[in-house]
Design a protein around this ligand. Structure first.
Ligand code: GLU
Ligand code: MG
Length: 456
């Protein structure tokens, strides 16, 4: 493994000194989808970037309830190194004298640990590049803002309407602070609006390459939660924080670009909906692998409360142009840049995902479709939930698995996805998710929402 150029490290140390930073967070996101980390004093920054910070191997067997799942080799013995990517350094606008970087999990010999999610994503980016494809990705952030009552219950920030200007007024100051905090971290915000659910907000950030997009995902989630907290609010990015309200999606947008010509490979002016054959095959791969892919993109017990028909979250293996009830929506292009704006989104995704695993698995599924030249079949032009069972059967449209347990089973059966994850990541991820399912399925809805509310 090539040593990082000293100049990269020097640059980060200098930046930290210039900004008066004292504490630098090394952030990783685990198999439970939780972002955790360790913090170095600035006095030790140079060495910690070179060597990383030690972490017990057991953390990749820990679920979102801090329960340790039984995974061979992930117990009290053994250690890895949280080794930061200097390119991700940013001063945190919401924490005094603090900065952060995202990390790779490396073995003591400096090579990527087989259970490292960020290294998994890097491998899939490489697999795409080997086919001449460079992806662009971005996630849409939906979240619910709430206050916490003395009895511990959360109450939505408002009870206003979808896209309501009243809601904009109520949330204005916190939203402004979130936008400015993201921009200060060089994360380009595109749009903001109040969403359908009480207290629900949505913000979109500009697409970039998958690794930077996943890093942005982590920093954006951190920023939304932390800035809201400074305003005395709780920002829940859980899939269904209030069971009687609209859920929070984390729709993943993607487009494919030719590594040589720089052209958008998904765009074909003569194709249906201007979508190329390659784009169609990529979508077909996602649909084919969807049952197992869901275990990674809709990754929590709470996710399956969100994925209901007629909630605009998608519940069926359908695709269509601007169809917001299909698993994959082919987005309409914008006239100012027809080619540049050709993209599709996976609606069956929420922010309890580990972005490195979810984006990586989406790439695996899509590339399988491209390699096999799969065809997604006819588009669905209506809400697939309005068809009868017989009609859906005839059209080959299937309801998603309705629990985390079923999708984890499907993931284990999916040799393409597990082949790319490798044995250790597959074993640890499925064990963590099974333990989450086992615990939550023995409890009631109140326990479920309480324990998901502020984890993501
Ligand atoms: N809140 C919806 C979801 O759960 C998405 C609404 C929309 O933006 O279309 O995915
Ligand atoms: Mg939305």
């Amino acid at each position: 493994m090539a040593k990082k150029k000293p100049s990269d490290i020097d640059r980060v140390v200098q930046k930290a000194a210039d900004a008066g930073v004292r504490l630098i967070r090394f952030l990783y996101t685990d198999n439970g989808g939780i972002t955790r980390g360790k913090v170095t004093n600035v006095t030790r920054l140079y060495d910690r970037i070179c060597d990383g910070i030690g972490l017990t191997v057991a953390m990749q067997a820990m679920n979102m309830l801090d329960q340790l799942a039984p995974v061979e080799g992930m117990g009290p013995v053994g250690e890895i190194r949280l080794t930061p990517d200097p390119a991700t350094f940013r001063v945190l606008p919401y924490a005094d004298k603090a900065a952060a970087m995202t990390v790779d999990m490396l073995k003591l010999d400096g090579t990527p640990w087989e259970a490292c999610p960020r290294s998994f994503l890097k491998r899939q980016i490489k697999a795409a590049a080997d086919l001449g494809i460079a992806l662009q990705m971005a996630v849409e952030f939906e979240w619910t803002m709430a206050t916490k009552q003395p009895d511990g219950n959360y109450v939505p920030l408002d009870e206003t309407l979808c896209f309501s200007t009243t809601s904009m007024t109520i949330a204005h100051q916190v939203i402004l602070d979130i936008v400015e905090a993201l921009e200060a971290q060089h994360i380009p915000v595109e749009l903001y609006y109040p969403e359908l659910g009480h207290g629900q907000q949505e913000m979109t950030i500009h697409h970039t390459d998958p690794l930077a997009a996943a890093d942005h995902h982590v920093f954006t989630r951190e920023t939304i939660r932390n800035v809201a907290y400074k305003h005395g609010l709780y920002a829940s990015l859980a899939p269904k924080p209030f069971l009687d309200q609209a859920g929070n999606g984390g729709h993943i947008h993607f487009s494919l670009w030719d590594t040589k010509s720089g052209r958008n490979l998904m765009y074909d002016a003569s194709g249906a909906y201007n979508m190329s054959a390659t784009g169609m095959s990529f979508i077909a791969g996602i649909l084919e692998h969807l049952p197992g892919l869901l275990a990674l993109t809709c990754a929590s017990y709470n996710s399956y409360h969100r994925l209901q028909p007629h909630f605009w979250s998608s519940a069926y293996t359908a695709w269509g142009p601007d169809n917001r009830e299909g698993a994959v929506r082919v987005a309409s292009r914008y006239k100012s840049d027809e080619e540049g704006t050709a993209n599709a989104e996976l609606k069956a995704a929420d922010l309890s995902m580990n972005p490195y695993l979810a984006y990586g698995a989406l790439i695996v599924a899509g590339l399988d479709g491209v390699r096999r030249k799969l065809n997604p079949g006819e588009p669905t032009l209506v809400d697939p939930g309005n068809y009868s069972d017989a009609e859906r059967k005839k059209l080959g449209i299937k309801r998603y698995p309705t629990s985390l347990k079923e999708t984890v089973d499907a993931l284990e059966q999916d040799k393409v996805l597990t082949g790319a994850l490798g044995p250790l990541l597959t074993a640890s991820y499925t064990a963590v998710k099974r333990l989450e399912y086992q615990t939550f399925s023995q409890q009631d809805d109140t326990y479920e929402t309480k324990h998901h509310f502020w984890k993501f």
